[in-house]
Design a binder for this molecule. Structure first.
Ligand SMILES: Nc1ncnc2c1ncn2[C@@H]1O[C@H](COP(=O)(O)OP(=O)(O)OP(=O)(O)O)[C@@H](O)[C@H]1O
Ligand SMILES: [Mg+2]
Length: 349
């Protein structure tokens, strides 16, 4: 199709301009029926052709919580010829997943009839970046508070330990050993907390890390614990290295692997995958363990969150802070009783 209009003495094909626009564009009737969509919209929702979209109702592609609002906007735009300013919504892709979009609705005149033109922008990357920043801020402030308390507690505890040792030189009592052990445990926890809550204080240099190599050597540490658990490894693109603090990474893998093992009661499987895609190294650790309740997933990484009687709740804090310090991202998926998957992406620099 061709829709020529003269602009500045030149004939411009406006149809092509809209059909290949970077933003998604739709023309919609008042009841929501889509009568036109451009290529960007088809791609946005992961369809193959515009035929899968045209004549469908707009609302079938919009997340239900926005239906009332969308209907009202269409009514205002078509009946009152008002422009509906930018607003954030969620649309539904072909596979049922949601995508964050920014949407503007303006009146569109077609042969004397007023319709609505929707201009839609994909803001999913911006949303992910915003969420990451929020998580980082949350973790940083919790980390700072925890580190502050840890500092305050560490000094008196160290003093108590010193005096206890002096006292033990010429006194003995059966309780003294237990007191000493408990003090050591408390000091260890504090030391760990100080380490994980302020990882950038650790002046480990940034080096090239061969993730696959480190994963393989880290697995040796678990040899004696793998009798009832089968570990499958699928490490692709092993030549792709990342730049970072090697010891922090080894510790993070160790913490993830420990959690996976601890989640499996009896027999089970752990799968470790590595591949390179879109400028990032992807590391996926999945287990067939007990899983994590949905309402707990968003607090993973918060210091001291633990469901284990002997746990300190600092393992994942170390993992999250390490990944974030290296500009990466972590996604967790879990089904109770079925297992958990940690998907880490680290940009290759
Ligand atoms: N793979 C997993 N499967 C099921 N639950 C998990 C998994 N990984 C983490 N969790 C949950 O997250 C909590 C926090 O994990 P985290 O590693 O931070 O602490 P922890 O394992 O309890 O103690 P530690 O500090 O000794 O590692 C765990 O107690 C557990 O409830
Ligand atoms: Mg742990």
């Amino acid at each position: 199709m061709c829709l020529l209009a003269e602009v500045g003495g030149k004939n411009i094909d406006f149809y092509q301009l809209i059909d290949y626009s970077f933003n998604s564009i739709l023309i919609v009737e008042q009841e929501g029926e889509i009568i036109y969509c451009n290529k960007a919209f088809v791609e946005l929702l992961d369809f193959f052709t515009s035929n899968e979209v045209i004549q469908k109702n707009l609302l079938s592609f919009v997340s239900p919580e926005f239906h009332v609002f969308c209907k009202q906007q269409l009514k205002n735009v078509i009946e009152k010829k008002e422009i509906a300013g930018r607003g954030e919504k969620k649309m539904i892709r072909r596979d049922g997943t949601l995508i964050d979009v920014e949407l503007m609705v303006v009146p569109f005149n077609m042969k004397g009839k007023v319709l609505a033109q929707l201009i839609i922008q994909d803001i999913s990357s911006r949303k992910i970046a915003e969420k990451r920043l929020k998580d980082q801020e949350k973790l940083a402030s919790i980390g700072q508070i925890a580190a502050g308390i840890a500092h305050e507690v560490k000094n008196p505890l160290t003093a108590v330990k010193g005096f206890l040792q002096l006292y033990q030189e010429d006194h003995s009592h059966p309780y003294l050993m237990t007191i000493n052990e408990e003090l050591d445990r408390a000091l260890d926890t504090i030391k760990n907390l100080l380490q994980v809550s302020k990882p950038d204080l650790q002046d480990e240099p940034f080096v090239q890390i061969n993730v696959c190599k480190e994963i393989k050597s880290m697995l040796f540490l678990f040899q004696d614990r793998l009798y009832s658990v089968e570990v499958e490894i699928d490490l692709k693109d092993s030549e792709k290295t990342i730049k970072g603090k090697k010891n922090l990474f080894i510790k993070a893998f160790y913490n993830l692997m420990t959690n996976a093992l601890e989640a499996i009661e009896g027999e089970g499987n752990i799968k470790i995958e590595h591949y390179y895609k879109d400028g990032c190294n992807h590391i996926i650790i999945s287990d067939t363990g007990i899983g994590i309740p949905e309402e707990k997933i968003h607090i993973l990484g918060t210091p001291f969150f633990t469901s284990k009687s002997e746990g300190t709740g600092l393992g994942l804090t170390q993992v999250f802070t390490t990944v974030q310090e290296h500009g990466g991202n972590i996604a967790v998926q879990s089904v109770l009783g079925k297992g958990t998957t940690f998907h880490i992406q680290i940009p290759v620099t």
